[in-house]
Write a protein that binds this ligand. Structure first.
Ligand SMILES: NC(=O)c1ccc[n+]([C@@H]2O[C@H](COP(=O)([O-])OP(=O)(O)OC[C@H]3O[C@@H](n4cnc5c(N)ncnc54)[C@H](O)[C@@H]3O)[C@@H](O)[C@H]2O)c1
Length: 442
């Protein structure tokens, strides 16, 4: 039996979500419908996947819940913050992701989720107009009010544990600044000095969550917990953190498809990805400063799978001063499609003697339908990790994330290869269930 076997969950689990938009309401409604037996949580690894534990004659294939003590869906209580005052029912209807027939059976429960006032700064998402905010207060005041919100939620609902999940809009890009983001001390100083340029509102949510003993998950590409100061805070508070950016549609395809090219030693000269989407996420990303955050995240996926330095003949061609293949990502706001994003990938590859070929992928997906199971898995597995005494960046959750966190100050490389990520996920589950990690072929 390994040392980090997870403790059993006690009582209820509070899931506090930043943002009550398309992704959050699809996630919440799906969980409520699933626990009534009216819908299936398709796409969720924690609800469906079976992995092998043990070897040889002892091997068994089990669901995660039979290996590790996961919180039960019936034990989840939801809460949210949002810039707009619409409750979870109104928001689910407005977002038009789910049909009314799939929302109405849990209408009463959804009506009760009224968003708390958001810690918000319009400079971080210029396109949003809502007024359900804490107003023009300092960053430190935001932290204090958010901590109060978490404590109040615990008292009122009696939940034993809380996980905070960011499923709010993408903020403008905040580059890592060593003077501010390197230590907890410098981060707190900047918050107390109300340094609005370097402290995004999302950092206040993360800081408040960790201080209140709640794991924090970043579902947008924001750099929030991807800074040394937050890694230090997670160590101090012994809390797990995970991020960034849910890996849903195009990037899921990319991280699963790029290994075909790499494993088969084919060459790549360019990969062009473009999308149309028309939900509020698309509206916010139509602003160049917000798109920049997403672009950095989306571009990072290929770099650690098809590495020019390792295979200069295969991946060292193209643009970027001829150092590597050409990789471009575009997102276009197009309202008629709402949440039903369409993505196109054009992949220029080459084979024997350099002869060129093309691959086209056209994915007609549904953004929030793909994101909701990731929310569930990230929440349940972060709660599990906390009970197993795991803290800091949870690399085993890279499987669910577009731009997985890693210690870049130590030259660590992210793992973007979908099947390597899956090995990391399976081994973490095995270890938290008291089994040994292994790399056997199943
Ligand atoms: N759906 C996907 O496939 C996918 C994939 C990766 C990442 N994401 C990210 O998930 C996030 C949510 O996506 P969505 O489609 O639900 O967007 P959405 O616009 O429908 O919902 C986001 C909500 O966050 C609220 N918000 C913004 N700033 C806030 C703050 N400071 N405090 C509280 N609330 C705040 C907005 O008012 C809005 O209601 C986005 O950042 C998106 O980029 C989505």
């Amino acid at each position: 039996m390994t040392a980090n076997k997870a403790k059993a969950p006690n009582g209820k689990l509070g899931v506090m979500i930043v943002g009550l938009g398309a992704v959050s309401t699809t996630f919440i409604t799906g969980v409520m419908m699933a626990r009534k037996g009216l819908a299936k949580p398709v796409g969720s690894m924690t609800q469906y996947d079976k992995i092998r534990v043990g070897r040889g004659e002892d091997k068994k294939y089990l669901h995660y819940k039979d290996i590790v003590p996961l919180a039960d869906l019936n034990d989840i209580e939801f809460a949210a913050w949002d810039v707009y005052p619409a409750n979870a029912y109104e928001s689910a209807i407005n977002c038009e992701v789910l049909k009314e027939k799939d929302i109405d059976p849990v209408k009463d429960e959804l009506l009760k989720i009224k968003p708390m006032k958001a810690a918000f700064d319009k400079n971080y998402a210029k396109r949003l107009e809502g007024d359900n905010t804490m107003g023009d207060i300092t960053r430190w005041e935001m932290v204090e009010r958010l901590r109060e919100d978490i404590r109040k939620f615990k008292e009122e609902t009696g939940v034993e544990r809380v996980v905070v999940l960011w499923a709010a809009s993408t903020e403008v890009y905040v580059p890592v600044d060593e003077k501010i983001h390197a230590t907890v001390e410098s981060l707190e100083k900047a918050m107390k000095e109300d340094d609005r340029e370097h402290i995004a509102p999302s950092m206040c949510y993360a800081y408040a969550a960790l201080k209140e003993g709640a794991p924090f998950i970043m579902g947008a590409p924001n750099t929030t917990v991807d800074i040394p100061a937050m890694w230090e805070l997670a160590e101090q508070t012994k809390m797990p953190i995970a991020g960034k950016d849910f890996k849903t549609g195009q990037t899921l395809v990319k991280s699963g498809f790029a290994p075909i090219i790499g494993t088969r030693c084919l060459g790549l000269s360019g990969w062009f990805s473009t999308n149309i989407l028309g939900n509020r996420d698309g509206l916010v990303l139509d602003e160049p400063a917000n798109f920049r955050t997403k672009e950095v995240s989306k571009l990072s996926t290929l770099e650690s799978i098809l590495v020019p330095e390792n295979q200069p003949d295969l991946y060292g061609h193209g643009n970027d001063e001829d150092t590597q293949y050409y990789h471009k990502v575009r997102i276009n706001y197009y309202p008629p499609r709402n949440d039903n994003k369409e993505g196109w990938d054009n992949i220029d590859i080459f084979g024997w003697m350099g002869y060129p070929m093309q691959i086209k992928i056209n994915f007609l997906c549904r953004d929030s339908i793909l994101a909701a199971p990731l929310c569930l898995d990230l929440v349940l597995l972060s709660d599990l990790a906390a009970r197993a005494g795991r803290y800091g960046t949870q690399r085993f959750l890279s499987f669910f994330l577009k731009s997985p966190m890693h210690d870049y100050t130590q030259g660590e490389v992210p793992v973007n290869h979908l099947f390597q990520q899956y090995v990391m996920l399976k081994n973490a589950i095995r270890e938290m269930g008291g089994y040994e990690a292994d790399e056997e072929i199943d």
